[in-house]
Design a protein around this ligand. Structure first.
Ligand SMILES: Nc1ncnc2c1ncn2[C@@H]1O[C@H](COP(=O)(O)OP(=O)(O)OP(=O)(O)O)[C@@H](O)[C@H]1O
Ligand SMILES: [Mg+2]
Length: 309
């Protein structure tokens, strides 16, 4: 079972509009509501890949109950921790006339110390039945900065593989706990290092440094150029075929799902990379976030190139 952790989940509202002008009344053509948060994207993609998933995180209030009603995909078990405050909404206004999107992200209510403790107890109870754990996204207010480091240590102590996909201080603080896998993108690595690795040599050096500092599988995702991975077996680049993307938001989450499923199945590193790149690229061809079409995945899998650098 893959255990996913999304502490800062939300109800995501996608507004489809014919034009979006500030300071006027806008009529929304269509509304699509979904259970949002990076770990929910990971959960949906991993479940679609056939893995059994248990999704954890905080939910609260009426919005929290509505959120849970949106987590209906087969293969996902809900194991959220209830909090008193109302859960947040995130609104994405998608202007169909030009393809531009404008996002309004609520900060979310703070989590209390007692609620954080309750989550820890829930996590400790579920951890023994997990094969792999994937922790994604930002920390809600009220949660201590070393929370991810604590979760990662619990996973390592229990002998469970743990993937961590976060950014900024939450990533920096958790690295000493040595998650088995991290996957910053170019912006996230730049903010971590205060330096943007631009050449391929600099990018390779970056993943190698993370690996030498104790990250068993250190990945740097490069959008259309795929992913660089440094691990015990060497340094690899996984390159997707050229596609016309429809929506690249959440592609990194789909990639994390691919790695998590690959690890849970005991695939070789190169086969993990192939699955991760293929499912991430297939999800770029899907309008929805955290979903892909099986035909796209099947056609992309054999066309992913894996280079040993
Ligand atoms: N334009 C594209 N063409 C082909 N594949 C893509 C494209 N964009 C993304 N991908 C695939 O998705 C993977 C992850 O993309 P990216 O580096 O943009 O992740 P990210 O920035 O973490 O995304 P997010 O955080 O929104 O989920 C890439 O390594 C690649 O396999
Ligand atoms: Mg990402």
């Amino acid at each position: 079972m893959l255990l996913t952790v999304t502490l800062n989940a939300s109800v995501d509202k996608l507004y489809l509009l014919d034009g979006n002008t500030l300071g006027t009344v806008m009529r929304v053509k269509e509304v699509r509501n979904s259970a949002g948060g990076k770990g929910l994207n990971v959960s949906r993609v991993a479940a679609q890949l056939g893995e059994s998933v248990t999704a954890m995180g905080f939910v609260g209030g009426h919005t929290g109950r509505y959120f849970e009603s949106l987590v209906t995909q087969r293969g996902i078990t809900r194991a959220f921790t209830n909090i008193a405050a109302e859960m947040r909404n995130c609104i994405n206004c998608w202007d169909l006339s030009c393809g531009q999107s404008t996002e309004y992200l609520e900060t979310g209510a703070p989590v209390t110390a007692e609620e954080a403790d309750r989550f820890m107890a829930d996590f400790a109870a579920l951890l023994p039945s997990a094969d792999v754990v994937a922790i994604s996204g930002s920390l809600p207010r009220g949660i201590p900065a070393d929370f991810y480091a604590t979760l990662v240590r619990m996973c390592r102590d229990a002998g469970k593989l743990v993937l961590l996909d976060t950014s900024g201080a939450s990533l920096r603080n958790a690295l000493p706990a040595r998650p088995d896998f991290v996957k910053p993108n170019t912006d996230e690595i730049a903010s971590l290092l205060d330096f943007t690795p631009r050449t391929r040599a600099e990018q390779v050096e970056t993943v190698l440094t993370l690996h030498r500092n104790g990250i068993a599988c250190a990945a740097l995702s490069l959008g259309a150029e795929g992913v660089l991975v440094a691990c015990g077996q060497g340094v690899y680049q996984g390159i997707p075929p050229s596609i016309k993307p429809k929506n690249t938001v959440g592609c990194g989450d789909s990639m994390v799902a691919g790695f998590a499923v690959g690890m849970a199945r005991g695939l070789s590193v190169t086969e993990q990379i192939r699955l991760a790149v293929a499912v991430a690229t297939a999800s770029a061809l899907s309008i929805g976030t955290g979903e892909y079409a099986k035909d796209d995945l099947d056609s992309i899998l054999p066309r992913v190139q894996i280079h040993n650098l």
